[in-house]
Design a protein around this ligand. Structure first.
Ligand SMILES: Cc1ncc(CN)c(N)n1
Length: 221
């Protein structure tokens, strides 16, 4: 295969990803007009999501057979743990979400479908399949934060939602995402056209789940 895998993957989802930037939930965060109950609903669902997302790394790690791969996956898992406690937990506290609410929340079917599909891709495939299942989560948020801030430069100053943009625009998050992309491109060198198509299907499917997640937050919140 010639060319970077990440370019090929992005090409498959260009229209879908443009839709994230036009999504009322994201525009609402950027303009500060999003109703707070929608954001609280999203945060609670995302908190559950991240708990399952970490397990996709764990399954992928179980397929790795060299220490540098294991180290990469352990560090990435730690980043997700950090994201949960850097962005989500302080936010939930600030919004007055109680410990009881956090403990009693149930995942919405869109949330379950997404994490189940990632787990299935990781369980049924190799390390590269698992990493590509992980990728659209990491990359789409880096993309949304970066591109939305170009359109709404003051979004990061918003009292309620600025911190969300800061969490995904910050260099720590953006660099972590770049490392994941580079790592995937390295592993993908020399893959067959058939493998590339399988990876594109996993990536597109997860990108659609990302859209379903935004729809869920908008409609249910
Ligand atoms: C559903 C979802 N997708 C992506 C991210 C960013 N890691 C997230 N927190 N939640």
């Amino acid at each position: 295969m010639s060319g970077k895998l990440s370019d090929y993957l992005l090409y498959q989802v260009e229209d879908l990803w443009q839709g994230y930037l036009e999504h009322p939930f994201i525009i609402g965060m950027a303009t500060g007009e999003l109703e707070e109950r929608k954001f609280s609903y999203y945060l609670l669902q995302d908190y559950l999501y991240l708990k399952e997302y970490i397990k996709v790394f764990a399954v992928t790690l179980s397929k790795a057979d060299d220490f540098s791969e294991i180290k990469f996956l352990l560090d990435s898992m730690n980043d997700i743990f950090e994201e949960t406690f850097r962005v989500h937990v302080p936010y939930m506290k600030r919004l007055g979400i109680s410990e009881e609410e956090i403990q009693s929340v149930q995942p919405h079917p869109s949330n379950i479908n997404y994490t189940n599909d990632m787990l299935l891709a990781a369980q049924s495939g190799d390390v590269l399949d698992g990493l590509v299942a992980i990728l659209s989560c990491s990359w789409s948020y880096a993309y949304i934060a970066r591109e939305t801030l170009k359109i709404y430069p003051t979004a990061m100053q918003d009292e309620r939602y600025g911190e969300w943009f800061e969490g995904y625009y910050c260099s720590e998050y953006q660099l972590g995402n770049e490392e994941l992309i580079q790592h995937i491109n390295q592993l993908a060198q020399g893959i067959t056209a058939e493998k590339r198509e399988r990876l594109a299907t996993i990536f597109t499917n997860c990108s659609q789940h990302e859209m379903n997640f935004w729809d869920m937050a908008w409609q249910q919140g």
